[in-house]
Design a binder for this molecule. Structure first.
Ligand code: AP5
Ligand code: MG
Length: 212
């Protein structure tokens, strides 16, 4: 299965991708996590991406397309994968089609802008593996320690309220039009993201025709 998890910043793409990845036994590929790792490792891509990410802007398409093309060609992707946060522009979606990637479904997690800021201020992510938590909605078992890998949890640099607002502007302008792109191809499914994490998960499985 090749699945895209689509939605605004904070919609819950990363949270749902982690659980779905375990259940469906296919990797979740988050361009945001890959780029943050590149920043941490101070690679040339990381240094270029940081300027855009710190300001809530999209990283240039050619950089992201290169990352995804390389990642989906790896061995662990042969039975499918979940794309989290990519494609984010029409150019990226067209590039996937050019590589011959046949997407089965696009699940759009729908959420109001007004809910997003509160979610972001409570978010903590693992500095090592990128797993996403929330201080009240989805706390780790041990405070500030990642359940998955034991890494330290930190607030994300782009979760400041003014950067979140900019990310939302960018989402509506450049990314949301992709819903029509995939709707016209008969691939778009929508779920209500403003429900508890487990409920959203079950809705996604139901939308995909999987038993809950
Ligand atoms: P990226 O890391 O992809 O960020 P994003 O799309 O802005 O989305 P987020 O990761 O902020 O939110 P999410 O939907 O994953 O929500 P989460 O599950 O964490 O991208 C960051 C930056 O990298 C971009 O701004 C851009 O610069 C660059 N970039 C990345 N990909 C790119 C691309 N393809 N092209 C160009 N540039 C790119 O949940 C949020 C919080 O809410 C968490 O605390 C979580 O615990 C909580 N939560 C989740 N679900 C629920 C729920 N149902 N109820 C209550 N709380 C919930
Ligand atoms: Mg995410």
């Amino acid at each position: 299965m090749k699945l895209i998890l689509f939605g605004a910043p904070g919609a819950g793409k990363g949270t749902q991708a982690e659980t779905l990845s375990k259940e469906l036994r296919i990797p979740a590929i988050s361009t945001g996590n890959i780029l943050r790792e590149a920043i941490q490792n101070k690679t040339p891509i990381g240094l270029e991406a940081k300027r855009f990410m710190d300001n809530g802007q999209l990283v240039p398409d050619d950089v992201v397309i290169g990352i995804v093309e390389e990642r989906v060609a790896r061995d662990d992707c042969r039975n499918g994968y979940i794309l989290d946060g990519v494609p984010r522009t029409i150019a990226q979606a067209e590039a996937l089609e050019r590589f011959g990637v046949a997407i089965d479904n696009v699940v759009s997690i729908e959420i109001e802008d007004s809910v997003i800021e509160a979610r972001m201020s409570g978010r903590r992510v693992c500095g090592r593996c990128g797993a996403s938590y929330h201080i009240t909605e989805n706390p780790p078992k041990i405070e500030n320690v990642c359940d998955v890998c034991g890494g330290a949890l930190v607030a994300r640099a782009d979760d400041k309220p003014e950067t979140v607002r900019e990310r939302l502007v960018v989402y509506h302008r450049l990314t949301e039009p992709l819903k029509d792109f995939y709707k016209s191809r008969g691939k778009l499914l929508t779920v209500d993201g403003n429900r508890p994490i487990r409920t959203v998960h079950n809705e996604i499985l139901a939308a995909l025709g999987k038993s809950v």
